[in-house]
Design a binder for this molecule. Structure first.
Ligand SMILES: Nc1ncnc2c1ncn2[C@@H]1O[C@H](COP(=O)(O)OP(=O)(O)O)[C@@H](O)[C@H]1O
Ligand SMILES: [Mg+2]
Length: 228
């Protein structure tokens, strides 16, 4: 499995709560190979976001092992884990999470700045990415001056800024109408075709049907897998 981007072996996530522990993810084994395209479906509360956060090294499993790029993530300290995330993983969220005071280009530059890329290189890279997502003419717009679909495309450009091996998207079309949702879906397809492994959590059957593997979760477990 040398080409695995991330391999989860029997991972679980339990949240200790006053009313008793909540088992959000239970005993999931999943390997994401380089360049794969996976969709995760399932009812609200079944553990999709929690699983995605663990695959993205944002949250750590309560038990089980998670290997990213041949590194056992549980052996990394916080700083090493955030560096790994910054360099190798991109995240896209339902609500975009762009910084409102920054322009589209500045939002895309941010992760590059955190990774230490020089200013001129950052600017060139962010303009190239905005052109890639079809927003070359919106570089100087702030989020409030963009439509929902445009904001999500800027967020995708930002997620790609440091050339991640893995892009994780949590309900990326959840706030969009059908037409803009389809544009975002087509863009994500292109990102995957250009070589980035993609894991998308979605309620949208059309978006899920574009993936090569569709996993269905229920009560914290993957209870069905379909391949196309
Ligand atoms: N930080 C948290 N603390 C406590 N419980 C949580 C936390 N995050 C998620 N949960 C619980 O874990 C379960 C799975 O949540 P989540 O992964 O967000 O589901 P989904 O994304 O499929 O809707 C839910 O019961 C939720 O209430
Ligand atoms: Mg969720």
């Amino acid at each position: 499995m040398s080409d695995a981007v991330v391999a989860a072996q029997r991972i679980s996530r339990v949240f200790p709560m006053p009313a008793g522990p909540v088992v959000a993810v239970c005993d999931v084994t999943l390997t994401v190979a380089a360049g794969e395209h996976i969709a995760i479906r399932g009812p609200s509360g079944c553990g999709k976001s929690t699983l995605l956060h663990m695959l993205g090294c944002v949250d750590a499993p309560s038990s089980g092992t998670l290997v990213f790029d041949r590194r056992d993530v549980s052996t990394l300290d916080d700083r090493a884990r955030s560096l790994l995330r910054l360099r190798h993983i991109g995240f896209v969220f339902q609500r975009f999470f762009l910084l409102p005071m920054l322009t589209a280009a500045e939002n895309v530059e941010l992760p590059q700045a955190e990774a230490g890329a020089p200013k001129r290189e950052r600017r060139a890279r962010s303009l190239e990415l905005l052109a890639y997502v079809g927003l070359g003419a919106r570089a100087d717009h702030r989020p409030a001056q963009l439509s929902g679909g445009e904001m999500q495309r800027v967020a995708i450009a930002r997620a790609l800024a440091n050339r991640p091996r893995l892009l994780l998207a949590d309900e990326p079309t959840g706030e969009l109408d059908q037409t803009t949702g389809e544009q975002v879906a087509a863009l994500l397809d292109r990102v995957n075709a250009d070589g980035t492994a993609l894991v998308i959590v979605t309620h949208d059957p059309v978006l899920a049907s574009r993936a090569r593997r569709v996993l269905t979760m229920r009560d914290g477990r993957i209870d069905h897998e379909a391949a196309r």
